[in-house]
Ligand binder design. Structure first.
Ligand code: ZN
Length: 312
């Protein structure tokens, strides 16, 4: 594996720290996609064999970076400025709030047509509603993290500290239940509200935090074109960045083909971010989501939802 120069190795986290001091973190390791495939990486879900891209004009994947989330590194210049790993004209596509019928499959179809990839931050409850859709996301080789259990604003002063931790932990447990395997230790706070105690908590849990460099505000868009225009205007201004979108949103799903064409035409390259190791969920919360959502345990789920024939 070829490793880029300038990597940052560190990993300390102080439990007494406030919002800033947790942030000593490991940086991303740069690897090229074919070489990365040869390295045994603990996968969050079984990765399919890499098929050749049938689209000669596809946006594709520029490079793959592996993230060591020890100490809870933060990404996205809107909140975290320590890890500036993207090169000029590199973008990371991120999708929040799924999985959701129609819109998430539409996003998956567009990403597949462009032979490219993104990070998905599903809501725990949505994962329990539509586990099969989330399995499609992971099965297509995309990175899956978590975005809390119920999309609560963790800066809401009415929530106790235990309730905030529960939102984080149950989110990961729900995604693990849906996938049948733990997802990546990648987390995004709802509404990008980052309470310092929870930032420290994620650091202690070795979970990476994803803000963004540019917010599409796609949930406010009245039509798909607005999403395309908003993202392109912002990315052209910044020259690169982690882009926040929502696979939950119809306009985003509809805008994505045109947006990816425009990114390709603008010379942008997509960076795939993968975790060095999957998240370690906590047994107490794994049990709580089964109870809260009245879910079957993994062993009592129908065989068809656990075992899928890939080829015969
Ligand atoms: Zn959200």
């Amino acid at each position: 594996m070829r490793i880029a120069k300038g990597m940052i190795f560190a990993g300390a986290v102080s439990l007494l720290a406030s919002s800033a001091a947790w942030a000593q973190a490991t940086g991303p390791k740069s690897v090229t996609a074919p070489q990365a495939a040869a390295v045994p990486i603990p996968a969050a879900a079984p990765a399919p064999a890499k098929a050749a891209c049938a689209n000669p004009n596809a946006l594709g994947i520029g490079r793959t970076v592996e993230i060591d989330t020890t100490g809870g590194p933060g990404f996205g210049f809107e909140h975290f400025k320590q890890l500036d790993f993207l090169r000029d004209h590199e973008v990371v596509l991120t999708f929040d709030d799924g999985p959701w019928p129609v819109n998430t499959p539409s996003v998956l179809k567009t990403l597949a047509e462009e032979c490219t990839t993104g990070i998905f931050f599903p809501i725990g409850k949505h994962a329990t509603y539509y586990p099969e859709i989330l399995k499609q996301v992971a099965g297509a080789g995309h990175t899956v993290g978590s975005h809390t259990w119920s999309h609560a604003n963790l800066n809401n002063k009415k929530l106790t500290e235990d309730q905030r931790k529960e939102e984080i932990e149950k989110g990961f447990s729900a995604v693990k239940w849906a996938l049948g395997a733990p997802p990546s230790p990648f987390f995004r706070f709802p509404a990008l509200q980052h309470p310092p105690e929870m930032v420290s908590y994620l650091g202690a849990r070795n979970i990476g935090i994803f803000s963004c460099d540019l917010d599409s505000f796609d949930f406010k868009a009245s039509k798909p074109q607005t999403v395309v225009d908003s993202v392109m205007r912002k990315v052209d201004k910044l020259g690169k960045g982690i882009i926040l979108m929502h696979d939950f949103q119809k306009h985003t799903a509809e805008a994505l083909p045109d947006l990816l064409h425009k990114l390709k035409a603008g010379g942008y390259k997509v960076v795939k971010m993968i975790a060095k190791a999957p998240v370690q969920t906590i047994a107490q919360y794994d049990a709580e989501i089964l109870k809260d959502a009245k879910l079957p345990t993994l062993s009592s789920r129908p065989v068809s939802s656990v075992v899928q024939t890939i080829s015969e």
